[in-house]
Design a protein around this ligand. Structure first.
Ligand code: GLY
Length: 385
């Protein structure tokens, strides 16, 4: 990535012109999440990381920033981001925490809050979340609560966070009783997605993100689903134009859904397709299964419930399972996994309302319904397969 955009030594007059003309991000893939006065842009570009400083400098979001990243991402991209901020005259500090879901808790939250206070961070300052879903959720929740809310910006570096968690304002931490049980809806002020960083993502994590990408096609957009089928090889080879188009399509769907139902009163629930059984399988694996892989299994299970309920044609469900498999993702619950544990986790699904568990069931590729009428027997049948 080094040297892709060589801004060092550039004339300040040129920078001024570029900023004034608003042409820092010229990509065809930019979007807006339409939430009235809280609307925000999503910039999607191969190499976006190196332009963030220039763009933030003209946005006037905060007087200074704290970049929050895990120790792994900090090593990979910390200096690139700090350099672009520094080159644009933005004062910024980098705070790190140990990598992994184990850090998404109130202890790390408390430690980071203290560091913000020690650094003299006030309401005119902002937080930049640099990393995957854990970082975005943790840093976002920190931004939502520190001094009752300071601005924050998302710079997602995993496919999962680029297509899902960085957009829509879900923030939070885990507690021993469950994942994401403490948190807030708090929207970022901007999202900068550099698709070039996916090159350093371990393949298993890339595939985990692909499961969420397939999800968007199934719940919302048949044409996009076909795009995924047509471009399987290019996606796995991380071909830049295909990846940018893919991330753009997902973010466009997510932005539309979030703009219509920010706080998941109704429509936003469709983004949980595959997650009811998926989350339970993930928990029953003691989190040894990657989230997206568990979601892939959960999507196939939900499709089977759909077929058994007469909502979806077997052929359509088979077509989705074939694509999930073709990407190298699992479609079946591991044989040795305790079914009783999975069932127990389904019952404690935090998205259940008044004790009734909701399932997102496809009626065809590109369209789903939200159902609370799935019977225990139907669930047993798919768990026992
Ligand atoms: N990840 C689902 C949502 O943001 O609603």
């Amino acid at each position: 990535m080094e040297g892709r955009y060589c801004f060092s030594g550039i004339s300040p007059f040129f920078v001024f012109e570029v900023q004034e003309l608003g042409i820092i991000f010229m990509s065809d893939y930019n979007l807006t999440v339409g939430l009235g006065r809280r609307s925000y842009p999503i910039f999607i570009e191969d190499g976006a990381m190196e332009k963030i400083g220039f763009d933030l400098a003209r946005r006037n979001i905060a007087s200074r920033y704290v970049v929050i990243a895990d120790d792994h991402v900090a090593k990979l991209y910390g200096s690139t981001l700090m350099t672009t901020l520094g080159n644009s005259g933005i004062k910024a500090e980098l705070l790190t925490f140990p990598r992994g879901e184990v850090s998404k808790n109130l202890q790390v939250f408390s430690r980071l809050s203290s560091r913000l206070a020690q650094l003299g961070i006030d309401r005119t300052s902002g937080i930049i979340a640099l990393g995957g879903g854990v970082t975005g959720d943790l840093a976002g929740f920190l931004a939502a609560s520190y001094m009752r809310g300071i601005p924050f910006v998302q710079v997602p570096t995993t496919l999962l966070s680029q297509v899902d968690s960085s957009v829509g304002g879900k923030t939070g931490v885990d507690i021993p009783e469950g994942k994401n049980l403490v948190g807030a809806f708090y929207q970022p002020r901007a999202v900068y997605i550099d698709t070039a960083v996916l090159i350093t993502l371990p393949v298993e994590e890339l595939l985990g993100g692909i499961a969420e990408v397939i999800k968007y096609g199934v719940i919302w957009d048949y044409e996009f689903y076909c795009f995924m089928e047509r471009n399987l090889d290019a996606i796995l080879a991380l071909e830049p134009s295909v990846i940018q188009q893919m991330v753009h399509s997902c973010c466009a769907i997510k932005a539309e859904v979030v703009a219509k139902d920010e706080r998941e009163a109704d429509l936003r629930r469709i983004l949980n397709f595959g997650h009811t059984i998926g989350h339970a399988v993930e928990a029953a694996s003691d989190y040894s299964l990657i989230h997206g892989h568990a979601v892939a299994i959960g999507m196939v299970a939900a499709l089977r419930i759909s077929v058994a309920s007469g909502l979806c044609k077997r052929k359509e469900a088979g077509r989705v399972a074939t694509l999930i498999h073709a990407f190298g993702l699992p479609t079946e619950i591991p044989e040795d996994m305790d079914r009783k544990r999975i069932k127990a986790y389904i019952k404690t699904d935090k998205k259940s309302v008044a004790g009734s568990v909701h399932y997102i069931l496809p009626t065809s590729i590109g369209s789903v319904i939200i159902s609370n009428e799935v019977t225990e027997e139907q669930v047993d049948t798919v768990l026992q397969r």
